[in-house]
Design a protein around this ligand. Structure first.
Ligand code: FAD
Ligand code: SF4
Length: 454
């Protein structure tokens, strides 16, 4: 059997200074060779590994036959954004993680094939029969985009309200363009606009307009998919010093406000040495972005060992190749400096017994080391912003949330405690926070709204 095909990658020494895509797409020959590796199993485990159950063997067989349009149609029955998922899904834990070939050798490169199909095909045009009803979508991320497409196809007039000045949510302000080229996202958004979905920017639902006002404006249902953009911080001394950023702020300032470019009104202070706290995808994105905007030495500071790093394996490999230094088994203790960051005290850790997550718990050895840094980026996760919940409270609407502020929903329909108000994606406490799960939530909510309002 042929070896697993690998897309051509930019040289790490070159790419760590630019924002161009790290990987090229498969060539036709590579795609055919990779598709030929699929065993077309009778009971395909890969399908069960995909959160939206794409018929993976069927689309791969069409790639093998060079019938890309058919392959695209198969994927799009389950996922609206193959070019996005093919690039950002944690495939090694999902579809590829279940591929039987992976037991003895390398799994089929499902993600790269999906991206190849997504980039080379487009969604079939649907004839829309208007039904005269309006739905409002709050947030233009994965969940919002997916729900908007399905609702529009079912004949609803759909308006997407977005708080920021650009559309796409995390796909725009968080995930950097070297992982997800903006042309891919723009293509999907343009297709929605062509279908007649209305996008309105700079509208903060809960401030600029309330849930009751949306109802009064004739929206029969609202889908809240406002994400989880509120950063969690460390809670240690020195966190308020100049030069400490949350990863969300850092990435937004570079991705959305071009803070690294000349003549920008909102420049970033680029230092020499930066510590990125955390070990997930967001930490890898922040570290690799820091290299590209000009930091000379970039550290990932993570309190467990490499085996527990939650980021995708590919992101860890790419970060290492680009020169990011991994300071594992170290935990932030204090950020040092008078007004500006000058360094950080780190506690040296070792691994103890597994905790409730099943991962071995980091335990302090009691040793403290000091390292000089001039910036610190905190990538320890995020939670939902309470704006909509607070505004609902002030309107005497009982929008139930959990202790952490996530909007409680019916897991099957996505409906909240208020009739005809739905929620999903990162703002709801169901499943893990991934692009594909947010898309799944958008699909589920759209289906429930269509059934309820038809
Ligand atoms: P979002 O994409 O967050 O979109 C919510 C939108 O709502 C935002 O545009 C926000 O501005 C808007 N909004 C918020 N409040 C309001 C309001 N009151 N009124 C109007 N609009 C509002 N997942 C993966 O699968 N693979 C990855 O590699 C990966 N990498 C990631 C890297 C980063 C840096 C980040 C931050 C996340 C990453 N994720 C990754 C997670 C994934 O991107 C998210 O789980 C997913 O995109 C969430 O989609 P969403 O639609 O729920 O929310
Ligand atoms: Fe794999 Fe994600 Fe595609 Fe599903 S959507 S097949 S998990 S890459």
């Amino acid at each position: 059997m042929a070896e697993r095909q690998r897309p051509i990658e930019q040289d790490p020494k070159v790419r760590c200074k630019n924002f161009e895509a790290v990987e090229e797409n498969f060539t036709e020959e590579q795609a055919q060779t990779e598709a030929s590796r699929c065993l077309n199993c009778k009971n395909p485990r890969c399908v069960t590994g995909c959160p939206v159950n794409i018929n993976i063997p069927a689309f791969i067989q069409e790639v093998k036959n060079n019938e890309l349009k058919k392959a695209g149609d198969i994927i799009r029955k389950s996922s609206m954004l193959p070019s996005v998922c093919g690039r950002v899904c944690p495939q090694e834990k999902q579809c590829e993680g279940k591929c039987v070939l992976g037991i003895k050798s390398q799994p089929v490169a499902v993600g790269a094939l999906e991206r190849y199909v997504g980039d080379n095909t487009k969604a079939e045009e649907t004839k829309i029969i208007e039904n005269g009803k309006k739905v409002a979508i709050v947030g233009s991320g994965c969940a919002g985009i997916t729900a908007a497409a399905d609702l529009r196809k079912a004949g609803f007039k759909v308006t997407v309200f977005e708080a920021l000045h650009e559309f796409g949510g995390v796909l725009r302000y968080g995930i950097p363009p070297f992982r997800l080229p903006r042309i891919v996202l723009d293509r999907e958004l343009d297709a929605l606009k062509a279908m007649g979905v209305e996008f309105i920017k700079n509208v903060v639902v809960g401030k600029s307009i309330t849930l009751n006002q949306l109802k009064d404006d004739g929206y029969a249902a609202v889908f809240i998919c406002s994400g989880a953009g509120l950063p969690k911080m460390l809670g240690i001394k020195g966190e308020n010093l100049n030069g400490v950023y949350s990863a969300n702020e850092f990435l937004t300032r570079v991705n959305l406000m071009h803070a690294n470019e000349k003549d920008t009104p909102t420049p970033l202070k680029i230092g020499r040495k930066v510590a990125v706290i955390g070990g997930g995808n967001v930490a890898m994105d922040a570290a690799r972005t820091a290299l590209r905007v000009g930091f000379e030495e970039v550290y990932i500071v993570y309190r467990r060992s490499e085996a527990e790093l939650p980021a995708r394996l590919e992101e860890i490999r790419h970060a290492k190749e680009e020169g990011v230094i991994f300071k594992l088994l170290h935990s932030p203790y204090e950020i040092l400096g008078d007004t500006e960051v000058e360094g950080m005290k780190l506690e040296v850790m070792e691994l103890g017994e597994p905790d409730e997550s099943g991962r071995r718990r980091p335990v302090s050895t009691g040793e403290i080391v000091t390292i000089d840094f001039d910036s610190v980026i905190v990538a320890l996760g995020t939670g939902p912003n309470p704006i909509i919940q607070k505004s609902a409270e002030s309107e005497n609407l009982d929008l139930e949330t959990d202790k952490k502020g996530y909007i409680i929903i019916n897991a099957e329909s996505g409906e909240t405690s208020i009739e005809n108000i739905y929620a999903g994606g990162d703002v709801a406490p169901v499943g893990t926070s991934t692009a594909i799960n947010a898309m799944g939530a958008g699909k589920r909510a759209a289906k429930a709204i269509i059934e309820k309002l038809k």
